[in-house]
Design a protein around this ligand. Structure first.
Ligand SMILES: [Zn+2]
Length: 115
């Protein structure tokens, strides 16, 4: 499952980034999830609940911030927030666009106690 491997990848990244510290426990994690990232927040939460058992992440609060899709029109430079594909500029109806936000999966907060 895509979401489960995302959670495991996040655990691995945190543990390797902080391997010089001895993590006692992680107390809080916040993730920014773009709508275009194909990660389903509810499934991410469920995966986290299952996978955290017996790890330093067991007692952590896990917050997910949903980020709307933000697009810039390449014709008229308008910024707009499409709900779905195809992206069409609300100003000039062009389909040529650049994604500014919405495809990210970012770890935006991390709190932990170290030994
Ligand atoms: Zn436009």
């Amino acid at each position: 499952m895509h979401e489960a491997s995302l959670i495991l990848g996040m655990f691995d990244t945190i543990e390797s980034d902080y391997q010089d510290y001895e993590i006692e426990k992680v107390t809080r994690i916040e993730l920014e999830i773009g709508r275009l990232s194909n990660a389903e927040p509810l499934i991410l939460k469920q995966s986290f609940e299952v996978l955290k058992a017996g790890t330093v992440f067991e007692g952590a609060l896990f917050d997910i911030i949903n980020v709307a899709t933000e697009v810039r029109c390449l014709v008229c430079n308008s910024i707009y927030y499409p709900e779905d594909f195809p992206f069409m500029c609300s100003n000039c109806e062009s389909l040529r666009s650049e994604i500014l936000k919405g495809d990210q999966i970012l770890l935006t907060k991390l709190e932990m106690e170290v030994k």
